[in-house]
Design a protein around this ligand. Structure first.
Ligand code: ZN
Ligand code: ZN
Length: 96
């Protein structure tokens, strides 16, 4: 799902450790270790890998969140209907 993965390494970011979720002033999110490495390699011409907006190592901000999920309205509807299906399946299982 879009919005759950670091666009540099394509792995999900985490709430602790090296790949801690962090953001740039432009609002794009990356794993801390990835964006730091990226900016270090381009020390004088740092920019966001996604929108090419200028930024520096000191601009990286660690985010403290349990999880970040960004979904559009259509996806939310799908999630809700899937949740409802799961609920009804769970009830059926309990009867057995
Ligand atoms: Zn990463
Ligand atoms: Zn950006």
């Amino acid at each position: 799902m879009d919005g759950l993965f670091c666009s540099i390494c394509l792995e999900p970011w985490t709430n602790d450790g090296d790949h801690h979720i962090s953001c740039l002033p432009c609002g794009h999110l990356f794993g801390m270790s990835c964006i730091k490495r990226w900016l270090r390699q381009r020390s004088n011409s740092g920019k966001c890998p996604q929108c090419n907006k200028k930024c520096m190592l000191k601009d990286v901000r660690k985010l403290f969140v349990s999880q970040i999920v960004s979904v559009d309205e259509e996806s939310q509807k799908r999630i809700r209907s899937l949740e409802a299906k799961c609920d009804s399946l769970e009830k059926k299982v309990k009867i057995f």
